[in-house]
Ligand binder design. Structure first.
Ligand code: NAD
Length: 319
């Protein structure tokens, strides 16, 4: 459905949850120049005020912008409302372990947004992001196109980084997606992966890397385990996701029609429905403007169905 831009201020963004992820995202957005107003909300008001002040102190060295700690009445006209509130993973916890704590937090946040008839796009970041995107969609009653999760945008960026490093090529020339759950059942879609149009297997050969299957498996495992590794070493991950948030906001505000693997409902693609997960989608001013059914081989479709089943089981536990 067409978003009525007159209802929202395209230069205004809101972030709910100013912990590691929310504050890193706010810092990335301040530097992006995409917005002229940013509202920060946190259950801990001092935290939101502190982050707003700290980030504002960089403004004379960047671009003018108004950044302040606010409340829900301040976000009714925000073009994008980013939700990063919620518990994060502790070492040895999976993203799915967070579900009950964070669903309870969303039951507090989403009705506040709904009751104010906010017309902006909801960008869900808290984990488990696929489940919480589903919950946000149901609780808000918003049109499907304007509730999306950051999904596997971060995992896809990690995949491109790992492939680029291994092959000694600019990661921006790598075209490959992680799809499915943002979590342990995610899938690296190797069958459609390429480097500037050259099929991935051929590019490996070209670079003298002859053990393609083994190398691909190692890279997919490194991507899947990277959050665990970072959390073990520094307790939380936030810079990579902050750049992912910035990139998604850029595609929306600039109406780019960029293709990114965000989390959104499936409607029978590959035989999967009634579950929210990541597949490449067209992102523009209306949020999710279409889905791109990429070519997948039989094994990838099977793994995608299993990933959907994992998520559906979790949904059954909360509905
Ligand atoms: P954090 O503990 O540092 O911050 C969470 C913040 O949420 C805190 O400041 C807390 O006060 C606030 N909060 C809690 N309940 C609230 C409420 N009802 N209203 C407003 N604010 C509330 O955690 P973090 O490291 O910033 O992680 C935040 C979330 O992001 C976690 O769920 C984490 O798993 C997730 N995350 C997602 C990705 C991704 O790729 N989607 C990547 C990294 C982290």
């Amino acid at each position: 459905m067409e978003q009525k831009n007159k209802d929202v201020d395209l230069r205004k963004v809101a972030i709910i949850g100013c912990g590691f992820v929310g504050s890193a995202s706010a810092f990335a957005l301040m530097q992006s120049g995409l917005f002229s107003e940013m509202v920060l909300i946190d259950a801990d008001k001092d935290r939101a005020e502190g982050e707003a002040l700290d980030i504002s102190h960089g403004l004379p060295l960047g671009r003018p912008m108004r950044i302040y700690a606010g409340g829900y009445d301040d976000i009714t006209d925000a073009a994008i409302i980013i939700i990063t509130a919620g518990a994060n993973q502790k070492p040895d916890e999976t993203r799915l372990d967070l579900v009950h704590k964070n669903v309870a937090i969303y039951k507090n946040i989403i009705p506040q947004i709904k009751s104010r008839e906010c017309k902006g796009i909801l960008l869900i970041v808290s984990n488990p992001v696929d489940i919480l995107t589903h919950v946000a969609l149901k609780l808000s009653g918003f049109e499907e196109n304007r509730v999306l999760g950051s999904g596997t945008v971060l995992d896809t960026s990690r995949l491109k980084f790992e492939i680029g490093s291994y092959l000694g090529v600019d990661s921006r020339s790598v075209h490959a997606f992680i799809i499915g759950e943002h979590g342990d059942s995610e899938i690296a879609a190797w069958s459609s992966a390429n480097v500037s149009g050259v099929p991935m297997r051929n590019f490996y050969e070209f670079k003298g890397k002859h053990k393609y299957e083994k190398a691909a498996e190692n890279i997919a495992n490194a991507v899947r385990n990277s959050a665990y590794e970072i959390i073990e070493k520094k307790k939380a991950t936030y810079y990579g996701i902050a750049m992912s948030v910035r990139r998604i906001c850029e595609a929306i505000v600039r109406d780019e029609k960029s293709i990114m693997p965000v989390s959104a409902p499936m409607h029978g693609e590959y035989g999967i429905k009634d579950v929210v997960l990541s597949m490449p989608a067209i992102i523009g001013k209306n949020g999710v403007e279409g889905r791109m059914p990429i070519e997948l081989n039989e094994d990838e479709i099977k793994a995608l169905k299993e990933s959907a089943e994992t998520l559906r089981d979790v949904l059954k536990g909360i509905e």
